[in-house]
Structures are given as C-alpha cells and as structure tokens.
Ligand binder design. Structure first.
Ligand code: URA
Length: 205
C-alpha cells in the first residue's frame, strides 16, 4: 500500500499511476470507500474534464461519472459531438466520502484535507495526459486547480490560463443541473452547460 510521501511524481505512465492509486491509503476516505475511482479515457486527450469526487454508483462500479450526473454529462457531450472515448474524465478526489443513515450511504462533501491529500494524483494525470484544455466541473474542481476560491457564476464560460501553460475553462458541475427546482430552470441551465461544452470544443479545434 501507498503511504504519504511516496513519489507519485516519478511515475512515468498513466496506467502505472492508475494502478498505484488503487492501493492509495494517504487519506482516511480510502478505508471506507469500496475502491479508488481513478480517471479514465484517452491518454492523449486534448480535453480533460475534472469533477468533484465519485458518488455512490461510481464507488460501486469503479468508474467516474457513471451515475445520474454522469448520464446527464454524457448526454451533453453527445449533443455537441464530443465522444467520451476521445476525452479524459477524472475527479478532484478519487474516493467516495459518505456517512450511513438508516443503512443508506449519504454523500459527504470532500474537505480541504482530502483535496490536498489527493492532489498528487490529479497532478500526475495532468502531467501525463497533457490536455490542451482542462474543463473544471464545479467549484471544488475549479478552486483545487486554480488554488483560490472560485465563484462559478463569475468565472465560467471564458478561457483561463493555467500554471502549466495549458488553458482552463470553468463551468457548472452536472449535478447542479439535477438540483434545479423547476423543469424550466433545469432546461435553461442545461442549455448553458451545453454552450460551455461547445466553447470547450471550439477551443481545441
Ligand atoms: N460527481 C462527480 O463529481 N464525479 C463523479 O464521478 C460522479 C459524480
């Protein structure tokens, strides 16, 4: 098993990084979750998407964005003609964090400590995939990557230069779309999200 201080930075291939992350025990979440949910997709993708953390279904299946938010994300990608196989999809934190209530697993927001502990994995993914554009889905991904507080409404929908000389783009998290109170709001926000994906596509073509 992996302990804190191990040199993730020296791993030179994406499959090796993913394999090493499987036995990561850097943070306490690793002891509760079913498995590490590492990023997946094209190792040479121009476009990388970063979400927050795996949810209940991702934890059980072992793949990112396969639950309700992931299905909506897939639909939006399809709508703008982005094939999921051509991009790389990952999360800021690689384990599901939850507590139990009446036998059900209730999602808990990852904290600053977990985000900090997991950061070397995302750094390794960025270093090895080298996307031209990094799309940050929601405030957790955006503030972890930009390393400052981010208000999505102010920073979405325009390219932002990142420290590794690539471009970043902030948009909402797909679960934000699921949380809209009315069908009308849901449709409006979904359309804005699709527009952001269209912009992402145009920025790499
Ligand atoms: N939400 C996320 O941020 N990531 C997933 O993988 C699933 C839901």
């Amino acid at each position: 098993a992996l302990a804190e201080g191990m040199d993730i930075e020296r791993i030179t291939s994406l499959p090796a990084v993913a394999e090493t992350a499987r036995s990561c025990l850097i943070c306490p979440m690793a002891h509760h979750a079913t498995q590490t949910v590492f990023g997946e997709g094209s190792a040479t993708a121009s476009l990388m998407f970063v979400g927050e953390q795996p949810g209940d279904q991702e934890d059980l299946v072992g793949r990112p964005f396969v639950g309700p938010a992931g299905q909506l994300f897939d639909r939006a990608l399809q709508e703008v003609g982005i094939a999921r196989d051509d991009v790389y999809v990952t999360n800021t934190v690689k384990h599901f964090k939850f507590f139990r209530r009446n036998g059900r697993r209730i999602h808990q927001k990852a904290g600053v400590e977990e985000i900090r502990a997991c950061a070397p994995w995302l750094r390794a993914e960025r270093r090895l995939v080298r996307p031209r554009l990094l799309v940050m889905l929601g405030a957790t991904a955006a503030s972890a990557i930009l390393q400052r507080p981010v208000v999505i409404g102010r920073e979405r929908s325009h390219p932002i230069p990142l420290d590794d000389a690539t471009q970043g783009l902030v948009t909402v998290h797909p679960s934000f779309l699921l949380r809209q109170p009315t069908a009308e709001a849901r449709e409006r926000e979904y359309a804005r999200f699709v527009e952001d994906l269209r912009l992402a596509r145009s920025l790499i073509s």
